[in-house]
Write a protein that binds this ligand. Structure first.
Ligand code: AMP
Ligand code: MG
Length: 331
């Protein structure tokens, strides 16, 4: 096992646990899409509160480290948004009593850094649509050094044991450290209950369980159908929002996770915070992650995976067959 007491690992675990607590509180009191980003994904008070908290915790523990986060405060500083910013400040102050609108914006904006040799990347709420629907979502934090994900921590409040959907359970925390394995434990628990994660050993493509987006607009549904046909898949697919799919794959409860490009956005590039933590979980659980052409993910290209095209994660045994099927359907 990895060193649980390494300062970075402890920080990542603690920050994700605290952020999950905060967004669960917000969800229980107010789930409303507060604003609309240019890409039309709903952004909630919870996304901003989660990033403000993580930004401040990073400032306290690693003042020199950079954070590349999904959100920034631009929209919150606009006239008419005082109420939203006030709500965010109210919730953040549960954990950080010194919070003020100005400080909250500054903490959120710690996430504006550009990737460098060493940096953290955060998705304060991945799967916002699942969060709003009361389904799956995840909080993802990863440390990247020299283009390699070194630590990945994923908080999934609505999964139990890393794979079972359960809205009232203790949630799951997935932790991976490069070379140290991948582990899962209850989100609300301590580190004494961590169990190792292992991908499934299924080598028969017909039995492959596909992990799919819940939102059809995030993928190419007809190509997924062609892909499943090409592989002769008989098993039932699992539809789920967010990086929680990576944890399910790492836990051996699915074999293939595809990110095909939506025909409406053929030039879409994956964001690093959507893939960093989850991809390390799968790799350290014995799985494989590449793009749709088999190329390793390149985390040195900025805030997006500019040098990759889509994404394929698998239990390793089915990776080659999946790449061949993708080539056959020319995804
Ligand atoms: P999922 O819950 O797996 O459908 O994925 C959620 C993620 O999809 C979000 O983090 C978004 O960044 C990302 N996303 C948004 N639009 C698209 C798109 N057109 N194609 C692929 N991913 C997208
Ligand atoms: Mg996301």
């Amino acid at each position: 096992m990895f060193d649980l007491h390494a300062k970075e690992t402890q920080f990542a675990i603690s920050a994700v646990r605290q952020a999950c607590r905060l967004v669960k509180l917000i969800q229980s009191e107010m789930v409303t899409p507060a604003l609309t980003k240019e890409d039309r994904s709903p952004v909630t008070v919870a996304d901003f509160a989660s990033q403000a908290l993580a930004g401040k915790l990073l400032e306290d523990h690693f003042p020199d480290d950079l954070l590349v986060g999904e959100e920034d405060s631009t929209v919150l500083r606009q006239p008419g948004e005082e109420n939203t910013l006030g709500q965010i400040t109210h919730y953040v102050s549960y954990l950080l009593p010194q919070a003020s609108p100005k400080l909250v914006c500054a903490w959120i904006d710690r996430g504006r850094a550009e990737p460098a040799r060493r940096f953290w990347t955060l998705d304060p709420i991945d799967g916002t649509k699942g969060f709003l629907r009361g389904d799956q979502y995840a909080i993802a934090l990863a440390l990247i050094e020299a283009g390699q994900v070194q630590i990945g921590v994923l908080g999934c409040p609505n999964l139990v044991d890393g794979y079972k959907p359960d809205l009232t359970g203790p949630g799951s925390l997935g932790i991976a450290v490069r070379g140290g394995g991948a582990w899962v434990g209850p989100l609300e628990g301590d580190n004494s209950t961590l169990a190792p994660l292992h991908v499934s050993d299924q080598g028969n493509p017909s039995q492959a369980r596909l992990l799919r987006s819940f939102e059809s607009g995030h993928t190419n549904v007809s190509q997924i159908d062609l892909f499943a046909e090409a592989l002769g898949i008989q098993a039932q697919a699992v539809r789920m929002d967010s990086q929680a799919k990576y944890l399910v794959l790492a836990a051996g409860e699915g074999e293939l996770y595809l990110r095909l490009l939506s025909p409406k956005q053929p030039d879409y590039k994956e964001k690093i915070w959507d893939q960093a933590a989850g991809s390390l979980l799968v790799e350290e659980a014995g799985g494989k992650v590449s793009d749709l052409h088999g190329k390793p993910l390149d985390f040195t290209a900025g805030r997006q995976l500019l040098n990759n095209h889509g994404l394929l994660a698998s239990n390793t045994h089915l990776h080659l067959a999946a790449l061949q099927a993708l080539a056959a359907i020319q995804a």
